[in-house]
Each structure stands twice: as C-alpha cells, then as structure tokens.
Design a binder for this molecule. Structure first.
Ligand code: PGA
Length: 243
C-alpha cells in the first residue's frame, strides 16, 4: 500500500485526478470501478476540467459502480446514478451505454445481485477501482461484520452510515435503509485500487484500516492484502496515524 499525503481536500482531489487521468491516458478503453460520496466529488470536478482542457478522452472508457440505494430510481436526485451522471457522465464524452450501476428498483434484488456479480467476474476486475472509506471503515457499503461478504449483495445499512448520509436527505427517516453493494472480492479483483480520504472525521477509520489488524470489523482493512493500493489522504485524515 502506498500512501500519498495531500495538504487538504483540494490537493487530495488534484492528486487523485492525476492518477485517474494517467490510467485513462495509458489505457483509453480502461474499465473503471467508480464510487460516489463527498470524498471523490472534487476529483471528478478535476477530471471534468482536464476533459474540458482537451487533456482527457472518455469516449472508450467503461465503468461500473460500487453501490446504489435499494428503492431509488435513476432519476431520483439522491440515487447514485444521478450523482454519477451529474458529476461525471454528463460532463465528459463518456458513452452512457458503457456505464453500469446496480438497478436500485430491480424487481428481484437477488437476481440483480447475481447479474451484477457475474458482470464483474466476466470483466476480470476493474483496471482501477476508486474507493472512499466510511467513518466505520466501510468500503462500498460493506459494513463492519463478523465476516467479509465476497460478492454483490443487499446490505442493511449501519445506523452510523444512515446518520452520515442523512446530510443529503430531508431527514434520517428519508435515507434508504438498504443498498446494493459490490462485495469484498469484487473490489479486491481490481488490478489497482485508488482510495481517497479527507478530514479529521475519517482519521480513526484510516488508522484502523491501514495500520491495524485485518478484520471484517473494519472492512477497509482487507486492502492491506491487495498488491496495488494507492491511498491519497489529506493531513487531517492522517492525523491519528501512529498515535
Ligand atoms: P463520503 O463517503 O465520501 O461521503 O464521506 C465515503 C464512504 O462512506 O465510503
């Protein structure tokens, strides 16, 4: 695991965007595993700037996403499809047909998980998987548990995750209580993982995930076993390391 220290959120976003841009330039038809949330938002904005400056071409890029809320259709402004479209897909020359997210309103969630899982397995894994990390150490929506769940599954969101995500909704009660999430093996199958993390609120998660034991109680700790992980973390997120 390589940790790149950034000064603050903006610096983290720029450094992460350079890595993602290098991946796209090196392999224009690369398969990206994408993530939503406040952590990667700034990085997407930097990528859009590079595209607008003529430095990046997304026309052959393919992507799948980590997760989606159960029950939210694509046009709901809190869905992760909406987020991706708003922050990236609609702002660059990405072919929307080359992008995949779990279908939040799938009639049969079990079948949706099976199909998503099969799609990832058939792809051989992303060239680059982008991740954030939750306050409780979750990656994707793989919440702390007594075991690692390997494949795509429906997750009951932890109360702390619902609380954290309620900032985007009118109230706690409006936050969906379940989500589709890629599993730990789906994530670990990526050839490279890029994790972005910012802020003091994440410092405990960073310390436990990257400097503590590997345990499903801290899902992000599994990344210590991956051969090619780059963490771009700002100083505040690294403030607990070694303490
Ligand atoms: P955030 O979420 O980037 O909105 O903090 C990250 C996560 O929960 O994985």
């Amino acid at each position: 695991m390589r940790i790149i220290r950034a000064k603050d959120y903006d610096d983290m976003s720029k450094k992460a965007a350079e890595i993602m841009a290098a991946q796209i330039n090196l392999k224009p038809d690369c398969l990206l595993g994408l993530a939503t949330g406040s952590s990667p938002e700034g990085m997407y904005a930097e990528l859009v700037k590079k595209y607008e400056a003529g430095m990046l071409d997304f026309s052959k890029v393919r992507s799948y996403n980590l997760d989606e809320y159960v029950g939210l259709p694509k046009d709901n402004d809190q869905s992760y499809f909406y987020f991706m479209n708003h922050h990236l897909f609609s702002k660059v020359n990405m072919n929307i047909e080359n992008t995949v997210l779990p279908n939040g309103i799938a009639e049969d969630p079990t079948v949706e998980c099976e199909q998503y899982n099969a799609m990832i397995e058939a792809s051989g894994g992303a060239d680059l998987q982008l991740l954030g990390i939750g306050h409780n150490g979750h990656i994707g929506f793989n919440e702390p548990d007594d075991h690692f769940t390997l494949g795509t599954h429906v997750v009951d969101l932890a109360p702390s995750t619902i609380e954290a995500n309620s900032r985007y909704f009118a109230s706690y009660d409006d936050v969906p209580k379940q989500a589709f999430s890629m599993g730990i093996k789906n994530i670990m199958d990526a050839k490279m993982i890029l994790l972005v993390v910012s802020g003091e609120g994440k410092a405990d998660a960073v310390n436990k995930a990257f400097f503590g034991p590997v345990t499903p109680e801290v899902p992000g700790s599994i990344l210590q076993l991956h051969k090619n992980v780059v963490v771009v973390a700002d100083e505040a997120a690294l403030s607990q390391v070694g303490k």
